[in-house]
Design a protein around this ligand. Sequence first.
Ligand SMILES: [Zn+2]
Length: 280
Amino acid sequence: MKKEPEDANKRREVSPVICYPSSRLKRPNLKIYRSIREGAKKVDEIIINPRDAKCFRVRAGQFFRITSIEGPQVGDLNLWNLDNLSEKFYSGKTRALHGSHMDEGDQMWSCFPYLRPMATVFEDTLKWYGVDKFGGSVHDVIGTRCDPYTNKLLEGNNYHHCCHSNLARALAAEIALPILEAESLIHDVLNVFMCTGFTRDTGQYFMKASPVRPGDYIEFFAEIDLLGALSACPGGDCSTKHSSDSAKCYPLLVEIFLNEQSVLNITNEVNGYNRKHGLQ
Ligand SMILES: [Zn+2]
């Protein structure tokens, strides 16, 4: 093992620089969204059963709200462009732009080459939680989704109700695709209500009991026409285990709101990079 250089501590003390300063991001005007939301009425609702997932459709300019209804429950959210499923939520870049956990005004960005806002976090009743003493916070974009492959690797058994499988089944049913084709469209999620962080000493991804209570919700403004899928995670409140039937699980509610009087003209163009990548 190489010896530390003499100036090791000096190097450790160098201050970090934010990779993507958020001051350069055009932020959404939540005041305008609020004025639209005031005149909005509920047009649809979907109940997501425990250890299962369902799809829902939201038009640009509508709002969708995810609510905990019977007990503490975490949800795994996927989003696609309704007209082009290859444009899907990009958890990694969203994390790079907004940080590890989503807050009001943060946006869910789509993958390359589109890279545009798909949805904006409009209201969050768990905003009070902030960051706890372990570095934990809610609504992360650091986890991936519980899945049967990692479960097989670590536990050795076949479990079929991980969020990955739930989302794949829901998408397959929604757009009449064979399950393996639908599976290929499932992507890293926004972990709704989940309380997570990284341990300071080993840098490991941790979860702890979600602070969510029935009635808590997170609401989004749809920036483009969306197909969403939400899984009620088999981990329940994620205080103990996921990827099994051992945790107590509850349903989640998705509601869609529309203001028919709104004249807001929403245009979210896809990213403007010319895609030459250094070639002519
Ligand atoms: Zn899960």
